[in-house]
Design a binder for this molecule. Structure first.
Ligand SMILES: NC(=O)c1ccc[n+]([C@@H]2O[C@H](COP(=O)([O-])OP(=O)(O)OC[C@H]3O[C@@H](n4cnc5c(N)ncnc54)[C@H](OP(=O)(O)O)[C@@H]3O)[C@@H](O)[C@H]2O)c1
Length: 242
């Protein structure tokens, strides 16, 4: 909710229900108030509350930019999503399916039924099955895990495919050694894309998956839990208005 605006701002008003990707490298958003560039704010999806909306921008924008700005994902293509049950992955499964892709996700066995319900066509239990033997010839790999998961992913990719890795830069020689393309990027705020994502949420095509809502006072525990790397969907910090 917008509490105040600078004099130069004309397209956002006090009281507007908005959501945004805030500058997570500088200030983050674990606070009662946060300063945001007005140009980064988009109207909040109407069919979800603020707590649910808070779970959307970082993960859904990352997926949108990975699939459409970098991978040029086309309907009918095959996508492999690592960490499919996580914050980014749970949006990736839904957005890829909405776009008409064939979706293969990796997750532990406990998340299999959850991911099939979310829209995955196949789920590979990464703890028991070497995914690179179970899936081949994918057009896009969305890697939210990195390390040896990324290294093994080249084998699953078509020669014309692309590997988008999110945890960190891909070593320069890795893609060329396999004769394939890879990219790492850092998600950027984008009002227009948030508008499209809000429309998808309001149409019922996608939804945020919330593992737990945790009070701001317990933010440390929330971050520690997130770092453990087995959250289903997103952890949300609940802020009481002072
Ligand atoms: N570059 C960017 O702009 C950008 C933007 C957003 C996020 N990121 C990065 O993307 C990564 C993922 O973020 P996130 O928020 O989605 O993480 P997350 O929610 O913490 O991911 C947790 C999920 O990972 C799964 N998982 C753990 N190990 C796995 C493995 N070896 N294979 C397959 N799945 C595995 C877990 O499933 P199980 O419980 O079933 O094991 C869990 O559901 C982070 O490194 C984050 O920093 C980068």
């Amino acid at each position: 909710m917008v509490e105040s605006v600078a004099d130069s701002v004309s397209d956002v008003s006090i009281g507007d229900a908005v959501y945004a990707l805030t500058s997570f490298c500088r200030d983050g958003a674990a606070a009662e108030y946060v300063a945001v560039h007005a140009a980064d704010l988009a109207p909040k999806p109407k069919t979800i509350d603020h707590m649910q909306a808070a779970a959307v921008p970082l993960s859904a924008l990352t997926v949108w930019q990975a699939f459409f700005d970098y991978a040029q994902l086309a309907p009918g293509q095959r996508v492999l999503i690592h960490g499919a049950a996580g914050g980014v992955g749970s949006f990736a499964v839904q957005i890829a399916r909405w776009h008409g892709a064939y979706v293969v996700g990796t997750a532990s066995a406990e998340n299999r039924d959850f991911l099939l319900r979310l829209g995955a066509n196949e789920v590979i239990d990464y703890r028991h099955v070497p995914f690179e033997q179970a899936v081949r010839e994918v057009d896009v790999v969305l890697d939210t895990i990195g390390g040896e998961t990324r290294e093994r992913s080249w084998q699953a990719l078509k020669p014309t495919g692309i590997l988008v890795s999110l945890p960190g830069p891909i070593p320069e020689s890795e893609g060329p050694a396999h004769g394939k393309r890879g990219v790492f990027f850092i998600v950027q705020p984008n009002r227009e894309q948030l508008g499209k994502i809000a429309a998808l949420i309001d149409s019922g095509a996608i939804r945020p998956v919330i593992a737990e809502t945790i009070p701001l006072a317990k933010a440390r525990q929330a971050f520690e839990r997130g770092v453990a790397g087995h959250t289903r969907g997103k952890l949300v910090l609940a802020v009481d208005k002072p």
